[in-house]
Design a protein around this ligand. Structure first.
Ligand code: GLA
Length: 687
């Protein structure tokens, strides 16, 4: 059952504060390395791998992610000898191992013997093996086999000196997040019977089945939202998404539990995908189940502000880790292979991306993968060791990064502290992007990104938190398009504002309850009172349509017929369908204030508003910096703080700083100069 987190992004699992710290300690500093797939190479290649890894400062590699078919060539026949040698050699080279349970991609024999384990699409198509992750997450046959393999791995390597971390599966749900087969249908019914306490009336009520003759009279009649001739039931769809997230998580916990039984000292994680290409798991409910939070991140090549998106992904990951350090399990040294056009990273970009993740809380950066594959679907994916070998720009940058990370070792364990929280929610994301809404242009990721970017551009630190997270440590909370929200989360924001906090809430928030049923009586039902407004009617705009505001800004995408009832208009529409009505409002509540934004502001207007609200809330920037320069601070609870300066521009910049630049060893007294595309990390004096 989906558990909503009750803290700043949930609480990672057992010994969480020390799980990553333990790995870092064993590896002797910031973690550095990548996926290592030696099974793709003759054994003689390994000596060169190890030599180059050591020269690059690699201290951790992920092994075995896709080796199920080699480890278990037939059911219950295990061939561990080759893997023994790999781990022994790594241990001999003093390189630690994040050992995968190898269950990321089932071997061909599983589908051959048990075709019922293959996933089925919404329109009833069975997907075949030939790629990876061809399994139904609810399949008990798959889970039994996976747990059995994880158990065997644990027994085999429990005492191996290289083993420091378990890696369950790989990017769970990346290709098989939703399965609509009969096994899944059965599991969905079981999940619903728990959710609705075996009460079919409660399910009918939650799903609004009086509409379109959908009332079910027996559990057997309940189905996953398979392809249908019309528009599906949104509440059913939402529950199915929750169920699917829970099923993937259950694949993780089933393996984790057997690993914990055999190797209680070794932390267990899996690589999450808190980035824009993936939305199918509610990671707030996953985070407490992981011993440490690990994330994968890849840049979108044609995104001119990809570094801002990287910042958001890192902030979400830190939120999942409850503010604690986390591990970047994968990113790329250069091109990926799965976007339409895959350019390499520019010189210096690999370093800047890595240091940016560290700035935002990572205590390690790993890549996919060590040695570039020559065969298979990813043969044109970049690696730490390119096809052309070690005498290449990329590999030289990899070695240089290893040396840089050694210089940054003292940041390990320090934290990013922010005065601003941004509420982000996977469930609301699923709900707001359902079919048959007022406008297809109200997409969630873009809304969240835009507000996060405005904070980024004002050099303001921000924590990403779950709805319902404790807000008392913050001065400002930003709530972009939180369409679906429950009462408890609303009350947390109300309490925060009454106690003196500032909330900024944007349009199409607080519209439905947790079943995606509209809260009647004037929108936005959940936030009406807090905002001191009510909305009579939505009026989305057509593509290219813009409206002007009397403060000089413009709006697009959305307007609404808004009435004030307690709030004051901060800006009104000068033209368009709502001319003369409020577009921005502010409501003084208790000691604080709740702001509302009723349209999609242009970028400048958004940044202006953010500055104004930050000012009112008394939030100061991390430090003054030119635009296009990112500044982030990590601090030890008792000890120094570090100012990270990332120059995303192609010009030299200067930033106020005083202390020592850890990367160059130079004293910094008052100002630091950072070259185009460069980075600096200053241990601050008297921060
Ligand atoms: C994901 C996977 C890796 C690899 C990379 C390629 O992150 O986890 O196995 O496929 O993508 O970018």
């Amino acid at each position: 059952m989906t558990a909503r987190s009750d803290g700043a992004g949930g609480t990672p699992g057992r010994d969480a504060p020390s799980a990553l710290a333990g790995v870092v300690e064993r590896c002797g500093g910031l973690l550095y390395g990548g996926d290592y797939n030696p099974e793709q190479w003759p054994e003689q290649v390994r000596a060169q791998d190890l030599e180059l890894m050591r020269a690059a400062g690699v201290n951790l590699v992920t092994v075995g992610v896709f080796s199920w078919a080699l480890i278990e060539p037939a059911p219950d026949r295990y061939e561990f000898a080759w893997l023994d040698r790999v781990l022994d050699d790594l241990a001999g080279a003093d390189i630690a191992v994040d050992l995968a349970t190898a269950t990321a991609s089932p071997p061909p024999w599983l589908a051959h013997r048990h075709p019922e384990t293959l996933p089925v699409t919404r329109d009833g198509r069975r997907l075949w093996p030939g790629g990876r992750q061809a399994f139904c997450p609810s399949s008990s046959v798959f889970r039994d086999r996976a747990v059995r393999l994880a158990g065997r791995m644990a027994e085999r390597y429990a005492d191996h000196p290289a083993l420091v971390l378990w890696h369950v599966g790989n990017e769970l749900g990346a290709h098989n997040a939703h399965c609509f087969c009969d096994v899944s249908a059965d599991a969905f019914r079981g999940w619903l019977r728990i959710r609705y306490a075996d009460d079919l009336d409660a399910l009918n009520d939650a799903w609004g089945t009086a509409f379109w003759s959908q009332r079910v009279h027996a559990w057997e009649e309940v189905l996953p939202p398979r392809a249908n001739p019309a528009i599906g039931n949104p509440s059913q769809e939402l529950d199915f998404r929750r169920f699917s997230s829970d099923e993937l998580l259950a694949c993780f916990t089933a393996e984790r539990d057997v690993l914990r039984r055999v190797t209680p000292e070794v932390p267990v994680t899996t690589n999450l995908m808190a980035m824009w290409v993936f939305r199918d798991a509610d990671y707030w409910s996953w985070a407490p189940e992981l011993d440490l939070i690990a994330n994968d991140h890849y840049l979108v090549a044609d995104d001119p502000r990809a570094h801002v998106e990287l910042g958001l992904s890192a902030d979400i990951t830190r939120g999942l880790a409850s503010g604690r350090p986390w591990l970047l399990m994968e990113h790329s040294t250069g091109a990926v292979n799965w976007q339409p056009r895959n350019p390499p990273k520019a010189p210096g970009q690999l370093r800047r991306n890595s240091v940016q993740h560290i700035a935002r809380g990572a205590d390690g950066v790993l890549f996919f993968q060590w040695r570039a594959s020559t065969a298979g679907a990813e043969r044109f994916h970049s690696a730490m060791l390119p096809h052309a070998g070690p005498d290449t720009r990329v590999h030289r940058e990899v070695r240089a990064l290893g040396a840089d990370l050694a210089r940054l070792a003292e940041v390990v364990g320090s934290r990013v502290v922010s005065e601003v929280a941004l509420i982000f929610d996977w469930q609301s994301w699923w709900a707001v992007e359902q079919f048959a809404h007022p406008s297809v242009d109200v997409t969630y990721r873009d809304r969240v990104r835009a507000w996060h970017a405005a904070l980024f551009d004002t050099h303001t630190g921000v924590d990403v938190v779950a709805p319902g997270a404790e807000l008392s440590g913050y001065r400002l909370v930003v709530v972009p398009t939180l369409y679906l929200v429950d009462r408890a989360a609303v009350e947390t924001i109300e309490r925060f504002v009454r106690a003196g906090g500032t909330a900024l809430i944007t349009y199409f928030s607080g519209i439905v309850d947790e079943h995606d049923r509209v809260l009647p009586g004037g929108y936005p039902g959940a936030f009406r009172e807090l905002l001191g407004i009510w909305v009579e009617e939505f009026h989305p705009l057509l593509p290219e349509q813009e409206v002007r505001l009397d403060d000089g800004g413009t709006g697009s995408v959305w307007t609404e017929h808004l009435h004030l009832c307690g709030a004051q208009a901060v800006a009104t529409y000068s033209d368009g369908p709502q001319a003369g009505l409020a577009a921005l409002t502010r409501h003084a509540v208790g000691e604080g204030a709740a702001w509302y934004v009723a349209t999609e502001l242009d970028d400048d207007a958004r940044v202006r508003l953010v500055r104004r609200v930050l000012d009112e809330a008394g939030v100061r920037p991390v430090t003054r910096a030119p635009s296009g320069v990112e500044v982030v601070r990590r601090s030890h609870e008792q000890g120094p703080s570090y100012l990270f300066v990332l120059n995303h521009r192609d010009a030299m910049v200067e930033v106020d700083a005083a202390g020592v630049d850890l990367l160059t060893g130079a004293e910094v007294s008052g100002r630091i100069t950072v070259p185009p595309g460069g980075v600096a990390v200053v241990r601050e004096v008297d921060a």
